[in-house]
Design a binder for this molecule. Structure first.
Ligand SMILES: [Mg+2]
Length: 279
């Protein structure tokens, strides 16, 4: 248990550093916006970092510690693109998600988001926007991932779509609280999701059933967006949102691809998710 708490501390430390550093990104975002370019990283070969650690004499480091390092690197966007949780870390990730640490991490991000929202300089003209991703940000797919190894299995689009179509994803309680608070403060909520337009109806029903109402926009992927990375798709949509006169002051997402690119929010908040990676 102590080792799990240690891993949680590392992630919380990272979150704190990230929150402190985010304002420094604003000038960079402005430059990118001017250039109207979404920077793309050069291709990187997925690494088997845990196995490599053994080659480098790190085999005396307990597996749980190596897996805490893996999870921190995943959250910090330091890993090469990864497709599944390393087999060695399946138990570690499951314990994190089903214990107190994941909930605590989510609550900390929500608290910091709310503190920023309360202090944000609102224009009060109905154009102050907060963007929310949906999956693993407002709604939780943990019941699905519990049946699929919590990220140990390769992602199966067809199986996941069946889950989405059931419309039974529960709310993340801390995110629902944040959502209600930013609306109360006068932000317009804009939901920007990688879900497809064909899932609009079930997504609306699922959100409403668990307390999410009164968003200004719900943006889903159309057929034209299908082949775009999430970073490109979401950057393009943020640009359209800005062109409509919104000021994007906050953005909450569990993937870096929800947050990075162009037309970035004044502040971005990364929720934890060690189960999958979306470029
Ligand atoms: Mg998500």
């Amino acid at each position: 248990m102590a080792r799990h708490r240690g891993g949680g501390d590392l992630v919380r430390l990272l979150m704190t550093l990230l929150l402190a550093a985010t304002p420094l990104l604003a000038p960079v975002a402005a430059e990118l916006e001017e250039a109207e370019v979404v920077p793309t990283a050069p291709p990187q070969v997925a690494s088997s970092s845990l196995a490599r650690g053994a080659d480098e004499g790190l085999d005396d480091v307990p597996a749980d510690v190596r897996c805490a390092s893996w999870r921190l690197a995943a959250e910090a966007n330091n890993l090469a693109p990864w497709k599944a949780v390393p087999a060695e870390c399946a138990a570690h990730v499951r314990a994190y998600l089903t214990g107190a640490a994941y909930r605590s991490d989510l609550e900390l991000v929500a608290r910091e988001s709310a503190a920023y929202a309360r202090a944000a300089p609102l224009g009060g003209d109905g154009r102050d926007a907060w963007i929310f991703d949906i999956d693993e940000t407002l709604l939780s797919n943990l019941p699905y991932y519990a049946d699929h190894g919590y990220g140990l299995e390769l992602f199966d689009h067809l199986e996941f779509d069946k889950w989405v179509e059931r419309g039974e994803a529960p709310a993340i309680p801390s995110s629902l609280k944040l959502y209600m608070e930013v609306l109360e403060l006068g932000f317009k909520a804009i939901l920007l999701t990688g879900r497809s337009e064909g899932h609009r109806g079930v997504t609306v029903d699922n959100l409403n059933k668990h307390g999410f109402h009164d968003w200004d926009k719900l943006i889903l992927r159309t057929a034209a967006d299908r082949k775009k990375t999430a970073t490109i798709y979401k950057s393009e949509k943020r640009k359209e949102i800005e062109a409509e006169g919104y000021r994007i002051l906050g953005n909450s997402g569990d993937q870096w691809s929800d947050l990075l690119g162009s037309s970035m929010s004044a502040r971005s908040f990364k929720l934890p998710n060690p189960m999958y990676y979306i470029p």
